[in-house]
Ligand binder design. Structure first.
Ligand code: 2AM
Ligand code: CA
Length: 268
């Protein structure tokens, strides 16, 4: 992608993300019209939908040849990753948004011909933007994030994960996950995949494992984690396919292979 054009798209995207966040903060105490999606714990609100519509309107007006893949379905139906695609989660961590009014993010990943060029994750209530351009490093607001520190032993790792590993349809045996968590220093559950990617990029957790994430949960995060030398794959070690759901591992590269091998031992 042309560097000048990419810089322009990036500046524009950051502005829209900040504006969308401001609107969410203004409207979040109005009635949210909460609905249930795939199951009773999978929520969507009026503001998830309005925020996605905001992006779709802005992008289609300014970049009519770009495509949009959004969680709430106001974007395009895509069958390939050709061209420039904005992969958007208008509110990642909707359960946090509804119940806690914090720890949710706007996530925007911009891909060109399948390559992650821009990643923006905005912690709306903390007012912190994690952002990255491919090859130009990752930033937390104005501070460049250092490359992830060399790690040797898994015993010191803190890994983000959630209880989906305990569900019947988990891809890894529950007893194996118990064994895995005993080997590491600690686990954390933040409830927003985008923020868990951002925290992995920041190095405050050493990785994040989650089942069945969608492209909009991970698209921006992948770019951020790449820029600090981390890796993201599915739990079998394959590159992610950004038009499908995947069980993912993103982590410090030093741990990646070790965790993958560990998960494989309990793979169903
Ligand atoms: P969401 O808030 O945008 O739905 C919660 O652990 C994380 O997993 C959130 O990032 C959440 O995204 C994501 N997630 C993906 N699929 C989910 C599902 N079916 N139910 C709940 N959370 C899901
Ligand atoms: Ca999401």
């Amino acid at each position: 992608m042309d560097v000048m054009l990419r810089d322009e798209i990036y500046d524009q995207a950051v502005k829209w993300v900040l504006e969308a966040g401001r609107i969410i903060r203004e409207k979040m105490h109005d009635p949210l019209d909460i609905e249930i999606k795939s199951n009773a714990n999978d929520l969507v609100t009026k503001l998830d939908k309005e925020t996605e519509q905001f992006f779709v309107r802005k992008i289609k007006e300014k970049y009519s040849d770009h495509f949009i893949l959004g969680e709430e379905g106001y974007g395009d139906e895509l069958s390939s990753l050709d061209g420039t695609i904005w992969i958007i989660d208008p509110i990642d961590g909707t359960m946090n948004f509804v119940h806690q009014k914090r720890n949710f993010a706007i996530s925007v990943g911009i891909y060109h011909d399948g390559v992650g060029e821009i990643g923006i994750i905005y912690d709306v209530m903390a007012n912190i933007v994690y952002h990255a351009k491919k090859g130009d490093g990752a930033y937390k607001d104005d501070v460049r994030l250092p490359k992830l520190m060399k790690k040797t032993t898994i015993n010191e790792a803190i890994i983000g994960m959630n209880h989906f590993w305990l569900c019947e349809n988990s891809l890894v045996d529950e007893r194996h996950m118990q064994h895995f968590v005993k080997q590491i220093r600690g686990t954390r559950t933040y409830g927003s995949a985008a923020l868990e990617f951002a925290y992995t990029a920041e190095g405050i957790i050493d990785g994040y494992i989650s089942m069945r994430l969608s492209p909009w949960d991970v698209a921006a995060g992948i770019v951020l984690v790449n820029e600090v030398g981390g890796r993201t794959t599915d739990i079998d070690g394959n590159e992610l396919h950004l038009l499908k759901k995947s069980a993912i591992l993103t982590s410090n590269s030093d741990y990646h292979q070790h965790i993958l091998e560990n998960l494989q031992k309990g793979r169903k």
